[in-house]
Design a protein around this ligand. Structure first.
Ligand code: AMP
Length: 222
């Protein structure tokens, strides 16, 4: 059987564990993890024209305009025509999905469905010490005393952006924008949705989907 390159897309709201799942897919199946957020941050770090523009949107919690992000991602994808990849963070809108189709239709799309309450909890766990910028996460690195900075003993605050109401608004926006993208891939019969509250429980199903898909297109995996 002739082997073919696998091109996959991962969809999921902020806090869905997308980053972890992407790393595991990339490590297990040799797909290049292409994250639009990563490319944008690289452009911001190196002060490119695109980075300067992108920064203004990201700081306001807004999506980058479709034509800007599409141009960036098309350039990255064009230079990887002969590599298997996993796209993360792109396409985020229907216009972006249609643009992607013009250069390559994905073979497989996975969508992570995590309950709204779980996402809200995960995303609201970040607290900061404003004068030093120290960041705590109530799950991974909690302060020694709740609500208080370890070094100075001063109170911790939640950024406006991390407060439950702001997080809920962000998640609602994601859902609205992602809906037509999910519908498009569902209609095409390439969408696979995974539901649950824990990444470790979802992972075996994602693994088996990719293993089967790789086998069906003739790619041997370890
Ligand atoms: P991420 O790391 O995927 O959460 O992306 C960080 C930020 O970059 C997002 O909050 C958006 O402002 C912007 N961004 C990333 N990907 C896209 C995209 N496909 N369309 C529009 N904006 C994007």
């Amino acid at each position: 059987m002739a082997s073919k390159l696998l091109r996959a897309v991962i969809l999921g709201p902020p806090g869905s564990g997308k980053g972890t799942v992407c790393q595991r897919i990339a490590a297990s199946f040799g797909l290049q993890h292409l994250s639009s957020g990563h490319f944008l941050r690289e452009n911001i770090r190196t002060d490119t024209e695109l980075g300067i523009l992108a920064k203004q949107y990201i700081q306001q919690g807004l999506l980058i305009p479709d034509h800007v992000i599409t141009r960036l991602m098309m350039t990255e994808l064009e230079s990887r025509r002969v590599q298997p990849w996993l796209l993360d963070g792109f396409p985020r809108t229907l216009t972006q999905a249609e643009a992607l189709d013009t250069i390559c239709q994905p073979d497989l799309v996975i969508s992570l469905n995590i309950p709204f309450e779980t996402l809200k909890d995960r995303l609201s766990r970040r607290w900061i010490h404003p004068s030093s910028g120290r960041v705590y996460n109530l799950e991974f690195n909690p302060p020694q005393v709740q609500g208080v900075d370890d070094i100075t003993g001063e109170p911790l605050i939640q950024r406006e952006d991390d407060k439950p109401e702001a997080v809920a608004a962000k998640l609602r926006q994601y859902k609205e924008v992602a809906k037509p993208v999910i519908e498009l891939y569902k209609t095409r019969g390439i969408l696979h949705s995974f539901s649950g509250t824990e990444t470790n429980k979802i992972w075996p199903y994602v693994y088996s989907l990719f293993s089967n898909k790789m086998a069906s297109i003739g790619v041997k995996t370890a």
